[in-house]
Design a protein around this ligand. Structure first.
Ligand SMILES: [Zn+2]
Length: 429
């Protein structure tokens, strides 16, 4: 019985604590009374929790700003009331984004604001230990200036199938040599800090949710176009991850039964049209046809062709590069149209460096969606680009760690405690 009581009171105090922190984060700067209203907690409870968090320096308090030009009014008010905010400097987080062609590393504060950033190109065909060595070098460099006591943890964004609980990258079509790599434990052992890992597509959605207070009332499809393409579905604040977190492989839905072979072993997958290697292959094909001359000129002296160069030229008005962007928009539009018919979302958010050609790209996607999605399913739908561009998974990796302090304990935890209580009651009866 004691175990149950301890479990319950622990759970309640953790829930209350995080409710308060989350409320301050979303409304800041804000008053204690507003926190009590939003959380439904008694003012005395809020005061107790706030005082604890102030003592731990996780929250800070500052006088409310008096409207400027109101010196007289300010004097009449006397001392301005104190407002609460999260002390973002209380913690530091190291975020790592493993993309198939580069590793990005950032140090952020507790609110996922980037303080320091570095990236390095990698070869996606390298052995895992070669790539991990680069990852550790960048992470070590990032951690040099961070006080260990202040470091909340390391969050890692991974491409491909991830067993989040075990911390293993199971496979990635874009990193062909990675098979069941226990990346979380490897990094934890080498860096000596707590490490969390998650799929990049889910992290993009997690960041979008974190940065938008209205997420709780919407169904959002988040499409990530990087080396590969993936989708995540956020419904009323909950991520639909499927069995073992494997949902979201829109890149391997078939668009053309007679299409080109895909790295997954299938044929005519969406990725054979819109992945970074597919975009580069399409540009190369056009160069061989004597087209894309601006691209040929721009590439002089550069060893590799990246989709970003094509987007840049398309933005400057190059017709052939614009043609490639339109084709990408068309194929993504087909996939998005199918998803709209299945989920009738409120919005579709696209994240990736293709946002360089915003208008051209979105127009092509929208035109295709008009053709592919049923009118009722797309009624009132917004299709837009993510505000944080292709940094979203990196920022999501920081949020993954930050949420240890803000997110309510999982239902699973609550259920275990409740089941515990039911067992105790039954044994007492
Ligand atoms: Zn495939």
């Amino acid at each position: 019985m004691n175990k149950t009581q301890i479990g319950n009171s622990d759970l309640i105090s953790t829930v209350n604590n995080r409710l308060v922190l989350q409320a301050v984060r979303v409304m800041q700067p804000t008053f204690r009374a507003a926190v009590a209203r939003r959380t439904g907690l008694k003012p005395a409870t809020v005061t107790g929790i706030v005082n604890d968090l102030l003592a731990q320096q996780i929250l800070s308090e500052a006088p409310a700003a008096i409207p400027s030009g109101n010196g007289e009014l300010g004097a009449r008010w006397g001392r301005p009331p104190l407002m609460l905010q999260v002390n973002a400097d209380a913690k530091r987080i190291v975020a790592i984004d493993l993309e198939p062609d580069r590793i990005r590393v950032a140090v952020t504060d507790l609110l996922a604001n980037v303080l320091n950033y570095q990236e390095q190109a990698i070869d996606r065909f390298s052995e895992p230990d070669v790539i991990i060595k680069t990852m550790l070098k960048l992470a070590g460099r990032a951690m040099e200036d961070v006080d260990r006591a202040q470091l909340q943890g390391v969050g890692v964004s991974l491409p491909g199938l991830v067993d989040q609980k075990a911390g293993v990258l199971i496979s990635s079509t874009n990193l062909p040599r990675w098979r069941d790599v226990p990346i979380r434990d490897i990094l934890h052992k080498a860096l000596g800090v707590s490490v969390q890992v998650e799929r990049s597509i889910h992290l993009a959605a997690i960041y979008e949710k974190w940065s938008d207070p209205n997420h709780a009332h919407r169904t959002t499809l988040m499409l990530t176009l990087r080396t590969g393409v993936g989708i995540s579905i956020m419904h009323h604040g909950h991520l639909l991850t499927g069995r073992r977190g494997f949902a979201g492989e829109i890149g391997h839905t078939v668009v053309d039964l007679n299409g080109k072979p895909c790295e997954c072993g299938g044929k005519g997958c969406l990725e054979t049209f819109v992945s970074a290697p597919a975009i580069v292959a399409r540009a190369t094909e056009m160069i061989h046809q004597g087209k894309c001359q601006a691209l040929v000129a721009a590439m002089r002296g550069k060893s590799d062709l990246r989709p970003e160069l094509i987007y840049k030229l398309a933005k400057r008005g190059d017709r052939d590069c614009a043609q490639i962007v339109k084709e990408i928009g068309k194929y993504l539009g087909i996939a998005i149209g199918n998803m709209i018919n299945l989920f009738a979302p409120d919005e579709v958010v696209i994240c990736g460096s293709i946002d360089m050609v915003e208008a051209l790209f979105l127009q092509a996607v929208r035109e295709q969606v008009e053709k592919s999605a049923l009118p009722r399913s797309r009624e009132g739908l917004t299709i837009r680009l993510a505000r944080e561009k292709d940094r979203l998974p990196l920022l999501g990796a920081a949020v993954l760690v930050a949420e240890e302090m803000f997110e309510l304990p999982s239902l699973q935890h609550a259920r275990e405690v409740t089941e515990d209580k039911a067992t105790v009651s039954a044994s007492q009866a």
